[in-house]
Design a protein around this ligand. Structure first.
Ligand SMILES: [Zn+2]
Length: 412
């Protein structure tokens, strides 16, 4: 009998299955050649949903230090779509909050400085907080001051003593990756000036459910929020949502605009409208969550059928994008190098390695395109247009571009 799981947000006992994706290695543990003869640790990838606050979640099996330690290979700057999103965001925030040379912008999980650079270019003082040492050092090299720590109540306190509180605190695509949720949110609250604004982005669980994006579930992604489940976490830290935007990033994300409870900022109509939509979709209804598993199994059989038929017809399949999403998909479906020969990726940290679990080799696009695959499975379906544009020569020579989620579809 496993020990009982407690909800990360409300501490209720969590026992209801959202989806069980079997056992899988950590998504970002790309293998070196010397690892190929060794055992590979795997962990259950079994997402649950809390009956009390409806937070979809995975338990943490590894410490954040091990997951996001020294050599976390993710560099945000490698996706053009993502950089466009960040540039637009910076422009919007600077305008909406009238930021200038006396303001202070802090980003948590600032990665290689991909976002803060757009504030720095406007001479707005910035500072990043980034726990992965190799990534933080890349940020400093491009002139973005960055502290290498994990954010929590205590580290936030020390940060504020040294640099002062921030007018804007940015926490984009990080809150879902934090095992100790309350300590982290308390840290965000500590960083904030009295009338400061915090913006938080995360993939919307409603989109995950509606579009069967089960491949966005991986071990490093602990919490799957909606507006309402996120709102259950904030009051304990004196915070509230005053506005919300729906974004196209990561298959559909939310950007919450958050202030202190006592702030004079008025809650916009968009907040109540989205609450209503979440309620009518069924995010407060356990039966809605219960139906997700069967839709995921259907997607798996659909992909396997396509891959087997394609290989049996004598065609060769390659993948694009050595990202976490692809690893969940391939490992859950049991697809290995005997079906997908290799995966192309632009990130030099991943080239020359093997995907965890499936052990499919990762090659540079220059190498992969020369082998002229018949089918290219785009694993990060959210950047499909970018991939299609980048590999247009392959498309013109007859390679078919395919995505697997929510169902197999030829996209170019
Ligand atoms: Zn809960």
């Amino acid at each position: 009998m496993s020990p009982e799981l407690r909800c990360r947000a409300c501490n209720a006992v969590v026992s209801d299955t959202f989806v069980d994706l079997g056992s899988s290695p950590l998504s970002n543990s790309y293998l070196r050649e010397t690892d190929l003869d060794a055992m590979e640790p795997t962990y259950p990838l079994h997402a649950r949903v809390c009956r009390e606050c409806f937070l979809v979640q995975l338990p943490a099996f590894e410490t954040p230090e091990r997951i996001f330690g020294e050599h976390y290979p993710y560099f945000s700057s490698f996706s053009d779509t993502w950089l466009d999103h960040c540039r637009t965001y910076a422009q919007e925030v600077v305008g909406a909050l009238d930021l200038g040379a006396r303001s202070f912008v802090v980003e948590v999980a600032s990665n290689d400085g991909y976002l803060l650079q757009y504030f720095a270019q406007r001479r707005i003082p910035v500072r990043g907080i980034e726990p992965a040492a190799n990534v933080a050092s890349a940020a400093r090299k491009r002139g973005i001051p960055t502290d290498t720590v994990f954010l929590g109540a205590e580290t936030a306190q020390r940060f504020v003593e040294e640099y002062g509180p921030a007018d804007v605190v940015v926490a984009n695509n990080v809150i879902a990756h934090v095992p100790n949720l309350h300590d982290f949110v308390q840290g965000l609250a500590v960083l904030l000036k009295r009338d400061g604004v915090l913006t938080v982005e995360f993939p919307h669980v409603l989109q995950l459910m509606e579009h069967v994006q089960f491949d966005t579930i991986y071990h490093e992604h602990f919490s799957y929020f909606g507006l309402m489940s996120a709102e259950t976490v904030l009051p304990a830290h004196g915070l509230r949502v005053f506005d919300v935007q729906e974004l196209a990033t990561h298959g559909g994300s939310l950007r919450l605009w958050i202030c202190r409870r006592e702030s004079s900022r008025k809650e916009t109509e968009r907040v109540s409208t989205l609450r209503t939509r979440e309620r009518s979709y069924g995010l407060l209804d356990m039966s809605r969550y219960a139906e997700f598993s069967s839709r995921v199994r259907l997607a798996k059989r659909d992909l396997l059928r396509y891959v087997i038929d394609t290989v049996e017809a004598g065609k060769r399949i390659a993948g694009y994008g050595a990202a976490a999403k692809g690893n969940t998909l391939l490992n859950y479906c049991g697809i290995r190098a005997d079906m997908i020969e290799y995966v192309m990726d632009r990130n030099p940290e991943k080239i020359g390695r093997w995907l965890p679990g499936s052990r499919i080799p990762v090659v540079a696009p220059t190498v992969g395109r020369e082998r002229r695959p018949d089918v290219l499975l785009i694993l990060p379906w959210n950047i499909r247009n970018e991939v299609i544009a980048q590999l247009d020569d392959l498309r013109r020579e007859g390679t078919r571009f395919v995505v697997a989620v929510p169902r197999v579809a030829v996209v170019a």
